[in-house]
Design a protein around this ligand. Structure first.
Ligand code: HEM
Length: 438
């Protein structure tokens, strides 16, 4: 743990799985509250973004999202991931240089179907706008001095010289959300869908609140998988040997001659590929610093005294490195020998469905609601890409620079179909894909 004084706030960074498990998971009752974020939560989110809301506001939205992601519909998540991956494979064939855009469409088309029961019909420009909303929102968290001296946000508005900048970002987000929302409210979305039935029907909050909750699940459920897919492509460039081993495993199940695509039913027989999913999540975590929770009661923990009001941040980079041998190396086999990553996570073994390494999704009451879907879609996307394509560098790259929020290609990659037979397999299967949109 590391303690920092940030303006009027005291931050404690949690740097290990153990600290995270003890403080955020086991003591969730007193560590799940958020402090007020005057910039990212107030000006940029107009106080509507669930992610940064205080518990009282957050609770109802969280309940709805939890219900959406774990209810009846969740049994179709595997087939949605399989179907959307067909669009992913086909667009990798047709337009390999835009692989990073396909990664985003892959994840959002799944979420869009979950929320609306329809296929995504959005242009690349519309997707880029939505992606920009997420990246600017994330980079607005804790990036202004106002966050460290929240009291000054109570100054008269005319003295708040920082206000215009963040408000205009918030207005951009609002406009993009409204654009999507007007379609989501339209007659082409079935009455039985989550958005029409729950958010526009049963939900008692305002139209703006309903819009933010719905757009939040779409964006939260697509950007992290997008970045994780980019992390996998980076692993293909920087660590070809483990990816070759993954392909060998998949060949043993699906045939080296493109007999069939890997599918969710292969999961139990593909421990190495499952380990690759875990290792990508560990090696290049997509949320390096998880926004703080505030302690609501004094806490004494292993001789340390934390007064009420202390803020805990999860330092995911450190959590993903501490306790792992040669942490910067990409070593999926570390998940197979059952030694590493196990110190606090007794569920850890090589079968992701039972126990994907949970800490990439954080712990406690505010942990990721989409982690089960994420496990499935990552397994499907990684295994099908590794089975069907060859990846090589198309220029210089640094495996620590994933350029997650840079528009355009984040690093140079050359992508080619593995063989004409693999290309034929993709073309034959892709006609079954009705989720992808254009
Ligand atoms: C690789 C994939 C993903 C990763 C690494 C990831 C990671 C995370 C992390 C670290 C958090 C923050 C938890 C906290 O504040 O304690 C989070 C929150 C969240 N994630 Fe994910 N996530 C992924 C995929 C998804 C998917 C597919 C969904 C789809 C529903 C989703 C929905 C959410 C939501 C709604 C929250 C906010 C929860 C809340 O504030 O109550 N995520 N995610």
């Amino acid at each position: 743990m590391t303690t920092l004084s940030m303006g009027t706030r005291t931050w404690v960074l949690l740097n290990s799985q153990r600290a995270l498990n003890e403080i955020i998971a086991k003591r969730a009752k007193i560590t799940h509250e958020r402090p007020y974020f005057p910039v990212a939560g107030g000006l940029v989110s107009k106080d509507y973004r669930l992610f940064l809301q205080k518990t009282e506001q957050w609770r109802e939205g969280r309940r709805l999202l939890h219900q959406l992601m774990t209810g009846e519909g969740s049994k179709f998540h595997s087939s949605l991931a399989e179907e959307s991956s067909l669009g992913l494979l086909e667009t990798y064939l047709d337009e390999p240089n835009a692989w990073y855009a396909h990664n985003y469409r892959f994840a959002i088309s799944i979420m869009y179907r979950i929320v609306t029961n329809t296929s995504l019909r959005k242009t690349r420009g519309e997707l880029e706008d939505l992606q920009r909303v997420t990246s600017t929102f994330l980079t607005s968290i804790n990036s202004s001095f106002v966050d460290f001296y929240p009291q000054i946000s109570f100054l008269p508005k005319c003295l708040q010289f920082w206000r215009t900048r963040w408000e205009s970002m918030g207005n951009f987000h609002y406009r993009v959300f409204r654009h999507w929302w007007s379609e989501l409210k339209g007659a082409q979305i079935p009455e039985s869908s989550f958005v029409r039935k729950t958010m526009l029907g049963e939900y008692k909050g305002s139209d703006d609140q309903a819009m933010y909750i719905t757009l939040f699940i779409l964006t939260a459920g697509s950007d992290n998988p997008r970045m994780t897919l980019n992390g996998f492509i980076m692993a293909c460039l920087a660590w070809p040997e483990p990816i070759r081993r993954m392909r060998l495993e998949l060949d043993s199940l699906c045939g080296a001659d493109a007999y069939r695509l890997p599918c969710m039913d292969d999961l139990a027989s593909a421990p190495y590929s499952s380990a690759v999913v875990k290792e990508v999540l560990r090696w290049r975590p997509t949320v390096p610093l998880i926004p703080q929770r505030v302690l609501v009661e004094d806490l004494e923990f292993e001789g340390y005294k934390f007064p009420r009001g202390t803020e805990f941040l999860v330092n995911t980079i450190a959590v993903c490195a501490n306790g792992f041998h040669k942490a910067d190396s990409f070593k999926p086999e570390r998940w197979l020998d059952d030694k590493e990553g196990k110190q606090d996570d007794s569920r850890s073994n090589s079968r992701i469905e039972q126990n994907l390494w949970q800490f990439a999704f954080n712990a406690g009451r505010r942990s990721c609601v989409g982690y089960k879907l994420a496990q499935k879609e990552l397994f499907i996307a990684f295994s099908r890409l590794a089975y069907c394509f060859d990846f090589s560098p198309a220029g210089e790259f640094n495996d620590k620079e994933l350029n997650a929020f840079v528009p355009g290609q984040p690093f140079p990659v050359r992508i080619t179909a593995r063989s004409p037979a693999h290309e034929r397999l993709i073309r034959t299967e892709a006609v079954k894909c009705d989720i992808w949109g254009s």
